[in-house]
Design a binder for this molecule. Structure first.
Ligand code: PBG
Length: 341
């Protein structure tokens, strides 16, 4: 007989009932673990359903304010803004990306007036603003030019900071972007504007529904971002990218997509111990919504969120944030969590 052998050890003793399970549970999920990504467009009184993302809409700024109010009411601490830019404002050099009167700066200003504490994350990348949907400025053969792109990204980040964004979030995967943006923010006096870096952003098929939503899938053929986003076959390079982003001044790092990349999330959190976010992306959300008649959506989404927590996420960006918050707020007492009836 050795320690740990049956019947001295019966692990089921700690799983006897939900009260015991709750006491020994290692990780937990709270509404404060959520960030809600929202799509914004020009116009007024506009709530346009996004065909590729059931339950998600594109909002004009006045309607966005209602969404923000709901987040605050539910206890969701942050929202991430993504613009749907009309074709007439797109150009080769993405100049609308740093227009101080542009859609995103106006949205930030209005949100901050009404909800000063709600944390606002903004996407720093050029794909909604370029004609070809690439995250940067393209040269010959649609190759994205790194250093020219950095200049535009820095202007975009400054423009968001000036409007009052709490965190600018470079999702472009150019080399050197975090340092460049940090230097520009410091020089302009935005010392308290944070950077959430999409440090390990993979070249994933799961972004398809999002690209439709922001109107960045202008090309009929699939856009190829493999010369800047990470190869899904690689893991060590994600560690290298994250290491560099932290060295360059990232306050928070993010892994994207979510579920297929939990190994990366786990490694990043355990190696660097920095604030770490996971992005449960559009394709993952869509898959779950499509399964809703076969699996219990509410139970499954809570399980997925808990898995992110277990793997090391401090918080999660998810289109299901409102759903999750409502489930958690409704079932906040013992015995009703995790979809157990
Ligand atoms: C663009 C950006 C993308 C997403 C967030 N920012 C798409 C892309 O890289 O093509 C994807 C989010 C999602 O799929 O939910 N820089």
């Amino acid at each position: 007989m050795y320690a740990g052998s049956f019947p001295l050890t019966r692990l089921r003793r700690c799983r006897k009932n939900q009260f015991t399970q709750a006491l020994v549970q290692e990780n937990s999920l709270q509404v404060t673990d959520l960030v809600y990504p929202v799509f914004v467009s020009e116009g007024t009184q506009l709530i346009r359903p996004i065909a590729t993302m059931p339950g998600q809409n594109c909002y004009s700024i006045d309607q966005l304010l209602n969404v923000a109010a709901e987040c605050v009411k539910l206890g969701i601490p942050g929202i991430a803004l993504f613009p749907n830019i009309e074709l007439a404002k797109k150009d080769k050099l993405a100049s609308e990306a740093y227009n101080p009167q542009g859609l995103i700066p106006r949205a930030i200003t209005e949100l901050k007036q009404k909800f000063p504490d709600l944390v606002i994350f903004t996407d720093v990348a050029l794909d909604p603003y370029t004609l070809n949907g690439h995250d940067g400025i393209t040269g010959d053969a649609n190759y994205v030019l790194n250093d020219i792109t950095l200049e535009i990204l820095s202007k975009q980040a400054l423009c968001h900071a000036a409007a009052g964004a709490d965190f600018v979030c470079p999702s472009d995967m150019m080399d050197g972007r975090i340092l460049k943006i940090r230097q520009h923010l410091e020089a302009a006096g935005y010392v308290n504007t944070g950077i959430l870096a999409y440090s390990a952003k993979y070249n994933s098929n799961f972004y398809g529904p999002f690209r439709e939503a922001v109107g960045a899938s202008c090309n009929a053929e699939k856009i190829d971002k493999s010369s800047y986003q990470l190869n899904p076959a690689d893991a060590n390079v994600a560690m290298h990218e994250t290491f560099i982003d932290i060295q360059e001044g990232a306050d928070i790092v993010m892994i994207k997509p979510g579920l297929p990349y939990l190994d990366i999330l786990y490694r990043v959190k355990h190696e660097f111990k920095k604030p770490t976010a996971a992005y449960h992306v559009s394709g993952e959300y869509l898959m779950l919504k499509h399964c809703a008649s076969f699996i219990d959506y509410n139970a499954a989404i809570i399980e997925i969120m808990l898995c992110f927590k277990r793997a090391g996420a401090d918080f999660i960006w998810t289109y299901a944030a409102l759903d999750v918050a409502k489930i958690l707020n409704k079932h906040n007492h013992l015995g009703e969590l995790h979809g157990k009836k």
